[in-house]
Design a protein around this ligand. Structure first.
Ligand code: ADP
Ligand code: MG
Length: 500
């Protein structure tokens, strides 16, 4: 077998069930791969096709189309006899309802697969079964009948039985679906140990939290796999919402250098990256296109124009030597999801703040050049609140202690200095600007009052200012991380201090 090929390699699996109402396509060309020792969860709504998929992989049912290789063996070409023999030696199956034979003791249940498949010397089988029962902490009950122990205990015995033939692959269809949550956790932990010991595990589960703790979760919706990068990018959505995405996305691909969205054009789609790299550039007032971010699989773009109903704020193009692979979602579906999902809305809000900052604060452009820099910026701003101030509202007040630094994301601010009774307007800053550094670099007293810009003459409403707040520690980290930022802030501080 080719070592580079995945241990489980299912390609373009199709399953059609004939029904009185006509053919029903339960699987529409599914790919599923798992490496040796990998713990893969299969998730999705009831009726999405999970059990159908699992039954094809275990050979319980036959595919209408497609191929299944496991450990290099082409199972789809095997006849029943060969398939049964292969299964007996290579596969362990665990069901939701444990399916122990009620008239056999627990240890006899575990010995059964060895007997059926004539594995191990007859004299060794009991001892081996006891060893497996010990692994699942059921050896002391070995002589009981299944009905004499709890559901969780029966499931542990069923797992010991699945291990009897020392299989490379263990397939479990909702093994914890019928157990209370503490028992479910102990069964899950048992699968984790088996995966760590080198078993490949495919587990269907309804439990999103546990699925997130496996190596990989594959989501099925309407008989198709929802792209893994899409589920990762849109982790804020629930199964129903992801299924909705799956129904509306279209896959596209761009050759290196080609433009996907162009700054200034209207935005009609939202994009999730499924492969390759994208470069985000923003045109500066001096006409230069400056790269402000690079994105990879599992990240998205195009949300700002859709949320704000504004033209594209940046140009995004395929970068690197590989094509940029994307799935595109139409604006109407995107709007519906944003309306339905407060979690997605929150996530978009904070991402948009970060991106506004990246696209406007050119002093941070050096951080955008490396993965580490982008990650640091993301970390530093992740918890930072973006706050909106009404036109004319005071943001900081001269003389007060200052612990916060501000980036202007939208709108503008005006800076006033009071001498005696007189207050003088000395400065105005717009998007991409910043304030608050003098107190943080000096003796902590605010040297000026800053207010959100008032409404312009004749304006009935306006944003005032939306600002991102960084605490003193984050401000200091940012100065350490970005030489460009430190230089700009120091320069601005010197220049501003001279005007007070
Ligand atoms: P899941 O395990 O995700 O809940 P299943 O794989 O059991 O879903 O079923 C997927 C779809 O295929 C469902 O709509 C189900 O009704 C249909 N289906 C499953 N088995 C059969 C069958 N033997 N005949 C007809 N339809 C079937
Ligand atoms: Mg099922």
């Amino acid at each position: 077998m080719n070592d580079a090929a995945p241990y489980v390699n299912a390609r373009r699996l199709v399953k059609v069930f004939p029904t009185p109402a006509g053919d029903f396509t339960a699987l529409k060309g599914i790919d599923l791969q798992a490496n040796r020792g990998e713990f893969v969860a299969v998730i999705g709504k009831s009726g999405s096709g999970k059990s159908t998929l699992i039954n094809l992989i275990t050979g319980i049912d036959r595919p209408t189309g497609g191929e299944i290789h496991i450990g290099g063996e082409p199972l789809h070409t095997f006849d029943e006899e060969r398939l049964a023999a292969w299964r007996g030696r290579n596969l362990g199956i665990v069901f939701q309802f444990f399916q122990l034979l009620p008239t056999l003791t627990l240890v006899e249940n575990v010995m059964l697969p060895m007997e059926i498949n004539r594995l191990y010397a007859p004299a060794e089988r009991r001892e081996r079964a006891m060893g497996l029962l010990q692994q699942v902490a059921m050896d002391e009950q070995a002589r009981k009948l299944p009905s004499a122990v709890s559901g969780g205990q029966q499931q542990r015995v069923a797992i010991a039985r699945a291990l009897a033939n020392d299989p490379g692959l263990i397939v479990a269809d909702e093994p914890t679906g019928n157990l209370d949550s503490r028992t479910a956790e102990s069964i899950f932990a048992l699968f984790q140990r088996l995966a760590a010991a080198g078993k490949t595990i495919l587990m269907v589960t309804h439990d999103e939290a546990r699925a997130a703790r496996t190596d990989r979760a594959i989501m099925i919706a309407d008989g198709a796999v929802v792209n893994e990068h899409v589920t990762r990018a849109l982790a804020a959505l629930n199964y129903d919402q992801l299924a909705e995405v799956q129904r509306h996305v279209a896959a596209t691909s761009y050759a290196p250098g080609n433009v996907v969205v162009r700054q200034g054009e209207p935005g009609e789609q939202f994009f999730v990256i499924t492969g390759g790299r994208a470069e985000v550039c923003v045109r500066q007032p001096d006409g230069r296109d400056v790269p402000v971010d690079r994105l990879g699989a599992g990240q998205y773009f195009g949300e700002m124009a859709l949320v704000g109903r504004q033209p594209r704020r940046a140009t995004v193009r395929a970068a690197g030597d590989e094509p940029l692979r994307l799935v595109a979602l139409d604006a109407a579906t995107f709007d519906r999801l944003v309306t339905e999902s407060p979690a997605l809305r929150d996530e978009l809000q904070s991402l948009i703040s970060l991106r506004q900052m990246q696209s406007q604060v050119t002093a941070l452009a050096d951080l955008a050049q490396t993965d580490a820099g982008r990650e640091a910026l993301r970390r530093l701003t992740a918890g930072a609140p973006a706050r909106a101030f009404a036109p004319g509202e005071t943001i900081i007040r001269q003389g007060e202690l200052g612990e916060v630094f501000y980036f202007i994301l939208e709108g503008a601010v005006e800076v006033f200095v009071r001498r005696g009774e007189d207050e003088t307007l000395i400065d105005r800053h717009g998007p991409g600007g910043h304030f608050g550094e003098l107190a943080l670099l000096g003796d902590r007293r605010r040297t000026a009052t800053v207010r959100a810009a008032p409404l312009a003459l004749g304006e009935r409403d306006g944003v005032g200012a939306r600002v991102l707040e960084l605490d003193a520690a984050a401000f200091e980290s940012l100065r350490q991380l970005s030489g460009q930022f430190a230089a700009e802030v120091d320069k601005a501080a010197a220049e501003r201090a001279s005007r007070l």
